[in-house]
Design a binder for this molecule. Structure first.
Ligand code: NAI
Length: 600
């Protein structure tokens, strides 16, 4: 039976393709696997191969564009005639590839001329249109950025690179939560914790490290030095790119006017055509009685504690809870995590969360399905009361750390004065980070979409580009990697198994254990695995979930693969250097195809 040569679907978002070049001649005898034509689609070029042997007939001219699934050629068996095949009801030829005026060849549809895209070169000078604040007297600026965290300072730098005149208003220290109270200090502390743990395990590696101890004041000094170096770097970049930094707290007085309470007590009004709100978030405390008492802290205070407490109850087993549980337990603090949901790390792939819990439980006590009811004083200690399976239980500890989520910091902005819409503190934005007020954008935690530093930076770049007349690619926000700096590390990108099940996707999971990876064994860090979720029809990568050494670095390759809409074949066929942890990604992809070389 004749075999249709079609436009195959090579990505979830692919809708059409172009026959860029025929590789098989008209009437050529082809064998299964022979290249037939070069297909061009929005992402890349691919070679389409013959699925069976026979005589090949072209039904389209080079350059013909057709929808996914449409026929552009046919492979005939011995004795079959093309005319007979084409007359069959079941054999429909693509509109754009249909034989024209009796010819077997097709006439490509006239190509729609796309408007030329603006070249991505920064303009020599920023040109304002309409009611340009540059034409106004003093205190005018092209763009105001409110907030100097990884969303705001990145947006300001991008705007400056593209030629805009930018004013950045920050009420605290440049660098925001990420540099001062989040990602960076946590990772600095975790690095000291890892070094201490490694010294304790030195004998395993044949290294003598006797009487190992730590000096937490030095750990803190190092943390502070690291933070200061990065904050200084941001300050230097803003200065070099001529971004005016104003130290004070901003509040709206109108859609394009803000009032800044300066650090010296005076006030300053600023107007701009464009304003980017990047005010971030603060720790959220649930309405549990006793959370305002002494020694009840949030991540803000936990990161600047000057000594390690003897014991700590952490309320909330999310990302912040589990990262800080790792820091404090590594430095010999007795840690108990109390999580309301049935499993820790909600939102993370269930298999990863379950496996991580098994490992973490060797270092700390973990109660899940346990909602905290109250926190009271018990002498010098704190007493945390929680309900598990209908039974009231209590735990005493020196400190209670509340890690139950964060909320956007938008209350002081007086959004109402500008008519900016928000819902429960989250500023409402569209897919280009535009609020309901023309020229006012909101990026990062303040819009509550994806509360991650790198998501805020990417949104900031988009908003800056849009202001400067470039069109950002909204699709890139479909692929955002997430990392958890625990031991072992966890990283993921794309959908989890739970999400795919809910969506009714026909997917498969393929895994590779770090126990079979040479580099992981030499590092003495063989716990964990790489899990790739792919669709059963095209093998397209839908999600990657890693627990193991350097998972947070390995996820970069996987994010790129998903952005490029790669299939398992691309990950498996890419030659990875040996011995590297990345080979585990390659072998997890192999496992989803025909089997991984190093696993049974
Ligand atoms: P989260 O939402 O990840 O976790 C909070 C946890 O607290 C949840 O599991 C919740 O069920 C639990 N909880 C709430 N009320 C409770 C109660 N009464 N008793 C017991 N448990 C309760 O929030 P988290 O960990 O505070 O993180 C905040 C944000 O910061 C997240 O969006 C996170 O993605 C981001 N972040 C990201 C980091 C990273 O990428 N490495 C690091 C730190 C924060």
């Amino acid at each position: 039976m004749a075999q249709r040569v079609i436009i195959p679907r090579l990505g979830q978002t692919m809708t059409e393709g172009t026959v860029a070049k025929w590789l098989a001649a008209q009437d050529q005898r082809v064998n299964a696997g022979d290249p037939v034509y070069e297909l061009e689609y929005d992402k890349a070029t691919a070679v389409v191969e013959a699925k069976k042997s026979g005589i090949f007939k072209r039904l389209a001219e080079e350059g013909a564009k057709a929808a996914v699934g449409e026929t552009v050629g046919v492979i005939l068996e011995e004795g079959e005639k093309l005319e007979d095949i084409l007359s069959q009801k079941t054999f429909t030829v693509a509109n754009s590839a249909k034989a024209a005026s009796g010819s077997l060849y097709t006439q490509p549809e006239p190509e729609k001329k796309e408007a030329p895209k603006a070249a991505y070169t920064p303009p020599a000078s920023f040109k304002c249109t309409g009611d340009c604040p540059r034409n106004k007297p003093a205190n005018s600026t092209d763009t105001i950025v409110i907030g100097g965290g990884p969303g705001g300072y990145v947006a300001a730098l991008r705007l400056a690179l593209l030629g805009a005149k930018v004013t950045l208003v920050e009420k605290d220290t440049l660098g925001g939560t990420c540099l001062n109270r989040g990602c960076i200090p946590t990772k600095a502390l975790l690095q000291s914790a890892e070094m201490y743990t490694a010294c304790l395990q030195a004998a395993e590696f044949g290294v003598k490290a006797e009487q190992v101890s730590f000096d937490y004041s030095v750990v803190c000094t190092r943390r502070k030095k690291t933070v200061d170096a990065l904050v200084g770097g941001v300050k230097g970049l803003l200065k070099a790119r001529k971004v005016e930094v104003i130290s004070g707290e901003a509040a709206f007085e109108g859609p394009h006017t803000i009032n800044v309470k300066l650090s010296d007590g005076t006030e300053k009004k600023l107007t701009a055509d464009n304003i980017i709100i990047a005010s971030g978030s603060v720790p959220a405390k649930p309405p549990i009685p006793g959370l305002d008492g002494k020694n009840v802290i949030t991540s803000d205070e936990a990161l600047v504690l000057e000594s390690i407490p003897e014991s700590m109850v952490i309320i909330g087993g999310g990302v912040i809870g589990m990262e800080l549980a790792m820091v404090f337990s590594s430095f010999n603090c007795t840690v108990t995590v109390v999580e309301a949901l049935p499993e820790i790390l909600p939102g993370i792939d269930g298999e990863i969360a379950k496996n991580y819990r098994r490992i973490a439980a060797k270092r700390m006590a973990i109660y899940s399905g346990a909602a905290v009811a109250s926190v009271t004083d018990a002498g010098d200690a704190k007493c945390v009361l929680f309900n598990k399976e209908g039974n009231e239980q209590k735990i005493e500890a020196q400190y209670v750390l509340v890690a139950t989520g964060r909320r956007p910091e938008t209350a002081a902005l007086q959004l109402g004065a500008a008519g900016i819409k928000a819902e429960r503190g989250r500023i409402t934005v569209d897919d280009k980070w535009r609020t309901n007020i023309a020229g006012v954008y909101c990026i990062g935690d303040a819009n509550g979409k994806t509360m991650l530093a790198h998501a805020a930076s990417a949104q900031g770049i988009d908003a800056a580009d849009l202001i400067m007349g470039h069109t950002p690619d909204a699709k890139r926000h479909r692929v955002i990697p997430a990392c958890i700096y625990t031991d072992p590390e966890i990283a993921s990108v794309g959908r989890t198994e739970e999400q795919l099940k809910n969506e009714g996707m026909d997917y498969k999971a393929s895994k590779f254990s770090f126990r079979a990876n040479g580099r992981a064994l030499t590092l003495g860090k063989a716990e964990g695995f790489v899990k790739i979720l792919s669709d059963k029809v095209h093998n397209e990568v839908l999600g990657v979930h890693i627990m193991g050494p350097n998972a947070t670095e390995l996820i970069g390759e996987c994010a790129l693969a998903m952005r490029m809409e790669c299939c398992l074949e691309e990950l498996a066929e890419t030659i990875h250097a040996h011995p590297t942890l990345g080979e585990a990604v390659m072998e997890a992809a192999e496992a989803g195809l025909f089997g991984a070389i190093h696993s049974l």
